[in-house]
Design a protein around this ligand. Structure first.
Ligand SMILES: Nc1nc2c(c(=O)[nH]1)N[C@@H](CN(C=O)c1ccc(C(=O)N[C@@H](CCC(=O)O)C(=O)O)cc1)CN2
Ligand SMILES: [Mg+2]
Length: 283
């Protein structure tokens, strides 16, 4: 049976470190502050934003959630971001995804000041990541959190065959860059890939982020592989399931993340960690 990669437990460790760092900053009169912008009424987003707000407060980070109506204009959203860009008390700004149709997501990511871009989505920060820059810059929190998980569970990256299923801006693409920067041999497969399973079966590290429940089964996994499930799908009973069929995958994998309790908690822990990093880098 595979070793369970316990994201919930690791998130507690990361959060405790963040809390200590916040306390230390506060003794010097520095108060980390995170702004979360939520547009519209998406049910899941409301939960995630509430969880972020709650976690920030627990760790001593000042956090404000700004809610905008579903039909807000692009201009109004950009104006709000600009206000936060110019507010010296604010260290991190993020806009919860997904956004309504009238909003150009790429324009939003360009608008957030790179030094306050706590999601790491601004093209300047994406460029730093892809050029393996030695400067300090923020990175998308889900893949950055996955890197912390791989490190904590001593997964060898250099020379490993890493296969990423999915090419989103939030997960697949930054994940590929992080693993390449760590000297893994990286393959990204996606909906247009011919014979995707020929790649997954050869992966030492398999990262699945597609939004398709149970896409990957035990037979698609190389024995002993490390399997990271980023999927968060609700079944007909409202039960959360991943993109990996855990029951058939667990006997084959060497290490595996559960859903829930895997990648999700580490995404929020990494957001808090990165808020503190941005605060320190701006000092
Ligand atoms: N601007 C952003 N939007 C979105 C991001 C992001 O990083 N930046 N990621 C996801 C949503 N997300 C955070 O925003 C997120 C989703 C889920 C979890 C989580 O802890 N999941 C739990 C289960 C929770 C449940 O029962 O629903 C788990 O996996 O254990 C954290 C963060 C998309 N949008
Ligand atoms: Mg401050």
């Amino acid at each position: 049976m595979a070793e369970l990669i316990d994201g919930k437990q690791l998130a507690k460790t990361v959060n405790a470190q963040t809390k200590r760092a916040v306390t230390e900053l506060k003794t010097r009169g520095v108060n980390p502050k995170l702004i979360v912008i939520l547009v519209g009424e998406d049910k899941a987003s409301q939960i995630y934003v509430r969880n972020k707000q709650r976690k920030a407060v627990q760790l001593g980070i000042i956090s404000e959630t700004t809610r905008l109506p579903e039909d807000v204009s692009q201009a109004e959203l950009l104006k709000l971001i600009d206000q936060y860009n110019h507010d010296d008390t604010v260290n991190g700004v993020m806009v919860q995804s997904p956004l309504p149709r009238q909003i150009d997501e790429a324009a939003v990511t360009r608008a957030i000041l790179p030094t306050k871009d706590v999601d790491g989505f601004n093209p300047e920060n994406v460029g730093q990541l892809y050029s393996n820059s030695n400067l300090n810059f923020p990175v998308s929190c889900t893949p950055k959190g996955i890197m912390s998980m791989l490190k904590a569970y001593q997964v060898t990256l250099a020379g490993a065959n890493a296969v990423i299923v999915g090419r989103s801006n939030i997960v697949g693409r930054p994940m590929a860059a992080l693993l390449l920067n760590a000297s893994a041999t990286v393959t990204v497969v996606h909906s247009q890939t011919k014979d995707m399973r020929a790649y997954t079966r050869n992966a030492d590290i398999l990262i699945v982020a597609t939004g398709i429940a149970h896409l990957i089964k035990g037979e698609d996994i190389k024995p002993g592989a490390t399997v990271i499930d980023v999927g968060m799908n609700r079944d007909e009973n409202g039960k959360l399931t991943g993109d990996v069929d855990f029951d058939s995958a667990e006997p084959v994998a060497g290490k595996i993340t559960p859903v829930p309790g895997g990648v999700g908690p580490m995404t929020i822990a990494t957001l808090m960690q990165q808020t503190v990093e941005l605060t320190k880098w701006s000092e």
